[in-house]
Design a protein around this ligand. Structure first.
Ligand code: IYR
Length: 221
């Protein structure tokens, strides 16, 4: 099929100073994001999260196949089932499966097998990576760079939620296949991660950790 091209819109050229200002403000705001593990039960308007998902699904993807699916979970019973299954896996992880070096790496975060936030937060967004798609005639459609694509969309989602004033936590119980059953998703989809979303609990605390010095992670040639 020949490419179908249309004019690029939405890029009015900005003065360098305007760019500097915008980049700085965005950097300062995004840098204040923290992963939160204690959530209040304050509800979040559904349309706010849907709008953030609208930002996420605008992400670039391999051959524009958009190999993702997002399930918004707000039903208390479903959240409870997810918590129970996740805690079962996490118990095995923390007490049997995890090698010592992994447990040491996690120690500064203070995480353990208890995951009350899966029930307490008003919304879980379960992100699925579609290993392949299905075309109009029911045939398998190849997807490309699936994990890169879903990772980028997830990054946009986390940033959009932060911009909307919401806290989030990336949570990856391992293995996560139980999510397909609970959420009725096909085996062509693999759970990528759970994004826990809501307002931080009053008095919420976060680990006292820092980011690597900028010059150690960025070089010029
Ligand atoms: N999935 C476990 C363990 C865990 C792993 C990593 I890597 C983290 O950055 C944090 C936790 C849990 O959620 O507790």
């Amino acid at each position: 099929m020949p490419p179908q091209l249309v004019p690029l819109t939405g890029f009015p050229p900005l003065e360098d100073d305007e760019m500097r200002q915008r980049a700085t403000r965005f950097r300062d705001h995004v840098s204040r994001r923290r992963s939160v593990r204690q959530f209040s039960n304050r509800p979040v308007p559904r349309e706010v999260i849907e709008t953030c998902l609208g930002a996420a699904v605008s992400a670039p993807s391999g051959a524009n196949r958009q190999p993702w699916h997002f399930v918004m979970v707000t039903d208390p019973e479903t959240k409870k089932r997810i918590r129970l299954e996740a805690e079962t896996e996490e118990r095995a992880f923390y007490h049997e499966r995890a090698p010592d070096d992994w447990l040491e790496a996690l120690a500064p975060l203070g995480t353990d097998e208890h995951k009350p936030f899966l029930e307490e937060a008003p919304c879980l967004i379960v992100i699925f990576a579609q290993l392949y798609g299905i075309d109009g005639e029911g045939r398998k459609l190849k997807h490309y760079y699936v994990h890169e694509s879903v990772g980028i969309a997830t990054g946009v989602l986390i940033t959009a939620l932060h911009q909307a004033g919401l806290a989030s936590l990336t949570h990856t119980p391992s293995p996560m296949r139980f999510l397909n059953e609970i959420l009725d998703r096909p085996s062509s989809e693999r759970p990528f991660l759970i994004l826990v979303v809501g307002h931080p609990a009053e008095g919420a605390q976060v680990p006292d950790i820092t980011r690597k010095p900028f010059d150690s992670v960025v070089t010029h040639r």
